[in-house]
Design a protein around this ligand. Sequence first.
Ligand SMILES: Nc1ncnc2c1ncn2[C@@H]1O[C@H](COP(=O)(O)OP(=O)(O)OP(=O)(O)O)[C@@H](O)[C@H]1O
Ligand SMILES: O=P(O)(O)OC[C@H]1O[C@H](OP(=O)(O)OP(=O)(O)O)[C@H](O)[C@@H]1O
Ligand SMILES: [Mg+2]
Length: 285
Amino acid sequence: MDKIKIAIQKSGRLYDDSVKLLKDCGIDLKNGVNKLKAECDNFPMEIYFLRDDDIPQYVEDAVADIGIVGENVFYEKKKKAEIVEQLGFGKCRLSVAVGRSEQYDGVDFLHGKKIATTYPVLVQQFLDKNSIKAEIHEISGSVEIAPGIGLADAIVDLVSSGSTLFMNGLKEVETVLKSQAVLIRNEQLGARQQQLLEKFLFRIRAVKKARNNKYVLLNAPNDKLPEIIRLLPGMKSPTVLPLAEAGWSSVHSVLSENDFWDIIEQLKDAGAQGILVVPIEKMVI
Ligand SMILES: Nc1ncnc2c1ncn2[C@@H]1O[C@H](COP(=O)(O)OP(=O)(O)OP(=O)(O)O)[C@@H](O)[C@H]1O
Ligand SMILES: O=P(O)(O)OC[C@H]1O[C@H](OP(=O)(O)OP(=O)(O)O)[C@H](O)[C@@H]1O
Ligand SMILES: [Mg+2]
């Protein structure tokens, strides 16, 4: 086959960001409503829409060459596939939670307790690592309700804002795993699929870099330029262009999202004016 086959979630937390990533990579998928398979005009890729739990198995079996799935599911399923890239979305953590009124003072609390979860493998690993013996009660959803209805003493489930725990009278007490969406690949890709994966990865990295950076334009009096340039890393070094008004320049540069607010404040203090911040669509270094 001359195409690379990718499996993504059919609907749920990862669907929108997975489709957006493909689109930002310039891959136009033509999917009719409710279709479980999509093709693309402008990249040799076929897209399968699946339950996220099934994606690692499909990738191990080479039904799909690559897939997008949460690390939580990837490590729970223990299938033969390889993580190739962290994708920066679907960020959450797999955590232990107990009733808000419980007096929790360490993992020993879990000794002899009943723990409800959708992640028995990861929970067992966590218990073994901490030498805790507890009973794991596997359920397939609505885990947060378990302590309230007497089904379990604690739960292990995904948390991001914490509002589901809060609404169910629970508190988060331990982190079992930090997770985000990852791109996984079959371990024995054919030469053509490997080549297409590398092309796709090149685009993903350009999109990720662009998302993590901003393009900054500002005006500055020429006598302040040395200090302002010192604050700006740029891809190589900042661009400096003269303004129509004598004695002033326009400075252009790229700033990482993480350092952004700190550096903007310092730029203002150093005499920068009219600071504009613009999103970057793609970034290739
Ligand atoms: N609250 C959250 N915030 C961010 N990411 C999350 C959150 N909850 C889950 N995720 C991530 O998104 C993945 C899919 O979550 P979702 O709740 O859609 O799964 P699901 O109900 O099992 O879906 P499916 O129908 O495909 O089996 C999770 O495995 C996890 O990696
Ligand atoms: O900490 P929070 O921001 O509240 O998020 C946590 C919730 O999000 C996920 O469920 P989701 O809403 O995806 O529904 P699901 O249980 O049907 O998968 C997860 O299973 C938690 O229940
Ligand atoms: Mg699922």
